[in-house]
Design a protein around this ligand. Structure first.
Ligand code: SF4
Length: 111
């Protein structure tokens, strides 16, 4: 399985298979050059976990990833202060990194 299958198709409610995007969310762009995390991502159970695998929305490691994301300013409800948190969900890329962090992986500098 590749990144798109595991993270986009498996964890992201915004994923549209018919729409190919050159740039991914912050989480996907962080993971692309780090294929060593694929096997760990495949072990997560996103359907059984909550949105961020128990991590807080304002966890600084997750905020750091969102800071790098091209969709944050104009295209992400989850980080839009005008959208209440019960009306939106994090993207799959952020969920994927939250899942890795939640099981104790050290992802180093996420900025
Ligand atoms: S939650 Fe929003 S800002 Fe954060 S990585 Fe996903 S799309 Fe980007």
């Amino acid at each position: 399985m590749d990144l798109i299958e595991i993270v986009c198709a498996g964890m992201c409610r915004y994923y549209k298979p018919e729409k190919e995007e050159e740039v991914g969310c912050g989480g996907i762009e962080w993971l692309k050059p780090r294929p060593q995390w694929l096997e760990h991502l495949a072990l997560l159970s996103p359907d059984e976990a909550d949105q961020l695998f128990g991590l807080a929305e304002d966890d600084p490691r997750l905020l750091a990833i969102c800071q790098t994301c091209e969709f944050r300013i104009d295209g992400c409800d989850f980080r839009d202060p005008e959208v209440s948190s019960d009306e939106c969900s994090p993207c799959g890329g952020l969920r994927a990194l939250a899942g890795l962090l939640a099981v104790g992986h050290d992802l180093g500098d996420l900025a």
